[in-house]
Structure formats: structure tokens, C-alpha cells
Design a protein around this ligand. Structure first.
Ligand code: WTA
Length: 649
């Protein structure tokens, strides 16, 4: 790594005023701290851990790694032997020791601008204790799982922290997933309680969550009856429902055997609840992400490592100060929300905005209106939201006073230069650094990211590794490449090791080039092609399906599906609509295919593998095919080009 300075391309340097009181005030400080984190990880992480409360200190070293498969399974252990509680650290500690009881934890802003409220740290603590007592009364024990299917309302945060308090493992399912997806996740986690809401408005659209939850539970019961091993979600004991101020418009279906209303059970629940002291490596939560096998993959994060890592990344990457008002627009149903709406900000005692709505309701300036209203200082969103809002021009942004903003963040997918410059100039008035944060569900927190007062920016690059992270670029034989290089990015973190396509330039900046595992990133939501293909192939008319990504102006990528119908079936408009509906029902609206093309046959290699590269080229109308010698029947490709979907560029 070199101190950047003499590059041809335009660099964006940190503003002076930010450097004055920053945690990491310049590039040399970053380098010094980075070196310490790599050369002396014990001392580095011990200092971070000292800010938190440990019922019992760690017995051995702060971190233990084994990345050598020959020496047993791969693992990372953080602070073995220590005992603590996440909820105590993010709430009680602030209220009891930090004098932050009256500080606002969340400014909740509803879907409709006339619905809003504030929740202070001490209010949050007492609600969490009540909820923890309710869960205990329902029989939830340490280590058991609780599924949560809630919209972006304070009760979501309360329930998650209540689980953390009693040592139960929360499994949040994004409230846009279908009943089938919810059912699968309840069964996989073997949850004993489900917490949901009657419904939620997203923009103009009403989503009947309770009804979807009931369908999911019905599916769980059916599966449990068919499952000879009896391992399934049919054992769910209770469903708690939050009334989301929708009583007058939703007919909430009710099963008095297991359903209870949130308000009723919370009302008489005591406000004190001793936290359960957990081992550092005890599980904190499960969150599902798309696996490459077509089945969602449950990622488990444990208490101590996740606490230290989200707390420190939040503090440094957003250069957090106590008077900040911070806003991350993600949904808590994704890892970004877990780490950077909940745990990271709360661990630092921050005040955050919690937003239930969508960027374009009731008007396209909603995000900017909220920034003005709460005088937001740090704003974190996804490129897909920027690209969506860019379409409406500068006028809706410039109507509002955004002068409170100091740092902008980006997450979820590569940010293209056009969106980067618009975000920087129009939203940030050229004065706010953009922290482009690269990471994933498995890492739990940022792994590549600039530090706003220290790192000169190159638009589109997530710049340098965060503390403790040692990236390596490997070639296809797994050999490490030095200096300027392109290949597979290999990252060791406190939570495991990961691969992604990546380039390192001559100044040591990292540029994420793509994934190696056939994943798709639609509007910042990651899904695997296999998952969508599996949903398509469940339709009785479909013989075979292959899904590839196609660039999309707003969503980043969209789904382009090739479908081969069975001999006796016809490919027509009705089938296309049925298939779209099927994917929506199986996975959720985010996975709705944009294009479905008839494919009399798919291009296959001699070994029978579908050549996705060719399909991607058909979807993008790129006729320079390169080497097709491994195809069994090259004529298939011509047919596919001639039948491309209309409207596809
Ligand atoms: C992609 C979301 C480029 C990447 C936090 C990763 C990014 C996947 C960036 C993880 C970024 C995330 N630049 N690509 N700044 N951030 N990605 O698990 O492909 O939902 O592997 O976590 O998103 O998605 P996940």
C-alpha cells in the first residue's frame, strides 16, 4: 500500500473540517492503525473491547484463527472464555454508565409523513425488558430461535434486542418475502415463536403480513405432517402480532390457540429483566442469504466478534460523533440493517432515523425531506436508490436544505461513476466524502471501505481494507498475486473467509469486479441464479430454465430468464405471466423476472453444463461470442439471438 497522491485519475481528498476532530484524521494514521491491527491483533482488539462490558474477561487471546483445512475445520474464535451480553452493551451500558438515557436512539418516521415518534435509550431499554419477559413467559429459552417477520417499526428493534437479552437467537425474515420463503426459514431455523404485524403500508400498497404469516405456518404444518423425522416448523408454539395502526383496514386472521396481541402481552409485563450472560462465541442471530445451491443459506453470527466489529466499523467508517444524526435507509431484514441500523449505531450510543417507507412516497423528494427534518449528518444508502432518484433530476433534491450532511455512504453493489458523481455533487454539494463500503452477510461488517477523513477517494473503488482485514488477490490456481493484479479477492475476517472477483490497481486500491459464484444483485438484494431457476422449474410446463443477469439502469442488475418448455406445451404470454407470478410467490417480489425468453434449447458444453457466459451475451445482445468450441450444438445460439425478448437492449 502506498500513500496515494500522484495518480492520473481525479482523486477526491477529505475535506479539512472533517479532519480536525476525526477518529482517524489522515492517511498516515490509518496506515499506523492498520499495521497495528495486523501485526498485533491482540493489543488492537483488546483496546476496542475495553470500551464494552464483560461479565468475565477473555481467558486466551483475542482472536484465534484456523484457515488450514488440514488442521481441522475452518474457524475464527473471538475472545474465548469471555462472558457478556449484547443487549446490555448497547442499552444498559449507555443508560447506566454513559448518561445517555434521555438521548434519542431512534427517530421513527412512518410510511406516511404524519406518523413519527422518537424513542430514547431508556424507553428502548424498558420496552426491550418487557418484551424479553414476554418471550420468557412464552417459554423461549437461551439458544432457541425466534423468527421475526416485521416491517421497519420500533417493535422490530425491540424484539431483536429482547432476544439478545435472553440469549435467544433472532432470525429476521425481510417482510417482503413470500409465505413460502418465510416457511422455509422458520423450518430451517426451527423457531419456536414468530413475531409479526397485522400489516404494513409500503407507499400506497398494503401488505397483509399476518395473513402471509398464517399461510407460511399452514405450509409449515403441512410439511411437518409429511416429514417422517418430525423436524420442522410445525412445532411453533406462539405467534405474537403487533398492531401496526392498521386495525381498521386489515381483517387480521386469528387463531386463538397460538395467537396473541403484542399490546396485550406487553401491557403487564415487568420492566426489569436480568440479561443472560453469554459466552463470547454463543450465537446472536441467524440471517438468511442466497446460497449458490438454490437453497437459502443461514449465516450465524456470534456475540463478541460481531459486537466489536460492527461497533468499530461504524465508529470509523462514518466517523461517528455524539451529536450526529445518522440514517441508513436499508431494511433491517438485510445484514446492512442488522449491522448499521441496529448493532453498530446502538453500540456507539448513536441517534438514528428508522424509516418505514419508500423513497418515492408520497413524493420523490421524501428522502431529502427527511434529511432536512432531522438534520441528518451521515447518510447511508444503496446505488440502486441513487439511480432511481437521479431520474427525477436535481430539483426535488434542491428543494430541501441538506447542509447538515457531512458524510455519505454506499453499500450493496458497485456504485457506477455516474451515480457516484450525482450523489457527490447533487446530494453532498461536493463537500461530503462517499464511503463505498464492500462487505457481505457473512462478514457482518465492512471489509473494504474508505475512512472519510483519511482516504483519498477514487469513484467506484471501495479503496482499502478495514482494520484487521488482510485481502489477497489469487489467480485461478489459488496462487497469491502481488502488486497490480486482477483475480479472486480472498479475505480473512473475524467471521471466516470469502471470495469475490477483484482488481487491485497500482496505488493499492481495490475494485470489486463481480462475483464468481453466479449470484445476482437486484437493487442491492443478493440472490442466486439457482434459486430463481429452481422456482421456474417447479412449473409443470417447464423442462429447463437458466437465469442470467442483465444490467439495469435502476436496479443495477435484473433477471433475464431462458425457459425451455416441455414438448407438449406451448410458450405463450399466459405462461410468461404464470412464471413471473410463480417466482414472486416462491421467493418474493424482488425476484420477479424482467425478461422471460423462449429457449427451444440451451447452449451446453459437452459435459452437459449450461454455458451461462453465452446466455449473458444473448441477454445483452453482444454478438462477439469468442470461443464456442466446447458447445455441443453452436446453432442453438443463433436461435436464441433470433428470439431475444423485445425491450431488451
Ligand atoms: C455485493 C450486503 C461492490 C458483493 C452488505 C457482495 C458490493 C454482496 C458492495 C453481498 C460494494 C456489497 N461494492 N459490491 N460496496 N457491497 N456488494 O450479503 O457482490 O447482501 O458479495 O451483503 O453484495 O451481499 P449481502
Amino acid at each position: 500500500m502506498v500513500v496515494p497522491g500522484s495518480q492520473e485519475e481525479k482523486m477526491f481528498y477529505p475535506p479539512d473540517d472533517l479532519q480536525m476532530d476525526a477518529h482517524v484524521p489522515d492517511f498516515n494514521s490509518y496506515l499506523q492503525m492498520y499495521r497495528k491491527s495486523i501485526e498485533n491483533p491482540d493489543a488492537f482488539w483488546k483496546e476496542i473491547a475495553d470500551e464494552f462490558f464483560w461479565k468475565k474477561p477473555a481467558t486466551g487471546s483475542m482472536l484465534q484463527y484456523n484457515f488450514d483445512v488440514t488442521k481441522g475445520s475452518i474457524y475464527v474464535k473471538c475472545m474465548e472464555g469471555a462472558k457478556t451480553n449484547m443487549c446490555y452493551n448497547v442499552l444498559d451500558r449507555h443508560v447506566l454508565k454513559g448518561n445517555l438515557g434521555e438521548k434519542v436512539a431512534y427517530y421513527w418516521e412512518g410510511n406516511s409523513p404524519d406518523q413519527h415518534l422518537t424513542v430514547t435509550y431508556s424507553q428502548l431499554l424498558s420496552q426491550v425488558c418487557r418484551c424479553a419477559n414476554v418471550l420468557k413467559k412464552m417459554g423461549v429459552k437461551k439458544g432457541e430461535r425466534v423468527s421475526i417477520y416485521l416491517p421497519m417499526i420500533p417493535e422490530l428493534v425491540i424484539t431483536m434486542l429482547a432476544c439478545a437479552r435472553i440469549g435467544a437467537v433472532h432470525s429476521v425474515v425481510f417482510a417482503g418475502f413470500s409465505s413460502e420463503s418465510l416457511c422455509e426459514r422458520i423450518i430451517d431455523a426451527q423457531s419456536c415463536v414468530l413475531v409479526t404485524a397485522d400489516g404494513v403500508y409500503r407507499g400506497e400498497k398494503l401488505v397483509n403480513l399476518k395473513q402471509i404469516a398464517d399461510e407460511a405456518l399452514q405450509k409449515c404444518r403441512e410439511k411437518s405432517e409429511n416429514d417422517e423425522h418430525g423436524i420442522s416448523g410445525g412445532d411453533l408454539d406462539a405467534v405474537a402480532s403487533v398492531s401496526n395502526r392498521l386495525m381498521w383496514c386489515v381483517q387480521t386472521p386469528w387463531d386463538s390457540d397460538c395467537d396473541v396481541w403484542w399490546d396485550e402481552v406487553m401491557k403487564d409485563s415487568p420492566e426489569e429483566c436480568e440479561p443472560e450472560w453469554l459466552d463470547a462465541e454463543d450465537p446472536l442471530f441467524i440471517l438468511y442469504t442466497s446460497g449458490s445451491t438454490g437453497k437459502p443459506k443461514g449465516v450465524l453470527h456470534t456475540v463478541a466478534g460481531y459486537l466489536l466489529y460492527t461497533a468499530l466499523t461504524f465508529k470509523c467508517v462514518f466517523d461517528y460523533h455524539h451529536d450526529d444524526v445518522y440514517w441508513c435507509t436499508a431494511d433491517i431484514g438485510w445484514i446492512t440493517g442488522h449491522s448499521y441500523i441496529m448493532y453498530g449505531p446502538l453500540a456507539n450510543g448513536a441517534s438514528s432515523v428508522l424509516f418505514e417507507g419508500i423513497p418515492v412516497h408520497p413524493h420523490v423528494g421524501r428522502l431529502w425531506e427527511i434529511i432536512e427534518k432531522y438534520k441528518v449528518t451521515k447518510f447511508y444508502t444503496a446505488p440502486t436508490a441513487i439511480r432511481l432518484l437521479m431520474k427525477y433530476g436535481r430539483e426535488p433534491v434542491q428543494k430541501y436544505d441538506l447542509s447538515s450532511l457531512r458524510i455519505l455512504g454506499s453499500v450493496g453493489e458497485p456504485i457506477n461513476p455516474e451515480a457516484w458523481h450525482w450523489y457527490h455533487e447533487v446530494v453532498g454539494r461536493g463537500k461530503c466524502p462517499i464511503v463505498d463500503t464492500f462487505w457481505q452477510t457473512e462478514t457482518g461488517g465492512h471489509v473494504l471501505a474508505p475512512l472519510p477523513a483519511a482516504t483519498p477517494l477514487k469513484p467506484g473503488s471501495a479503496t482499502f481494507p478495514f482494520f484487521g482485514i488482510e485481502p489477497a488477490i489469487l489467480n485461478e490456481h489459488g496462487e497469491e498475486l502481488q502488486g497490480e493484479a486482477e483475480g479472486y479477492l480472498f479475505i480473512k475476517t473475524t467471521t471466516g473467509c470469502f471470495l469475490s472477483g477483484c482488481r487491485r490497481d497500482k496505488d493499492g486500491y481495490y475494485w470489486i469486479t463481480g462475483r464468481i459464484d453466479d449470484m445476482l444483485n437486484v437493487s442491492g438484494h443478493l440472490m442466486s441464479t439457482a434459486e430463481v431457476e429452481a422456482a421456474l422449474m417447479e412449473h409443470p410446463a417447464v423442462a429447463e430454465a437458466a437465469v442470467v443477469s442483465r444490467p439495469h439502469q435502476v436496479k443495477g442488475e435484473c433477471l433475464y430468464c431462458f425457459v425451455t418448455v416441455k414438448d407438449c406445451k406451448e410458450f405463450n404470454h399466459t405462461l410468461m405471466e404464470e412464471l413471473k407470478r410463480q417466482v414472486r410467490e416462491k421467493i418474493g417480489p424482488i425476484a420477479t423476472p424482467d425478461f422471460i425468453q423462449n429457449a427451444p434449447a440451451l447452449p451446453k458444453t459437452r459435459s452437459g453444463k449450461i454455458m451461462r457466459r453465452i446466455l449473458r451475451q444473448v441477454a445483452r445482445n453482444e454478438r462477439e461470442l469468442g470461443d464456442v468450441s466446447s458447445l455441443t450444438d453452436p446453432k442453438v445460439v443463433e436461435v436464441l439471438f433470433s428470439q431475444r425478448c423485445e425491450g431488451a437492449a
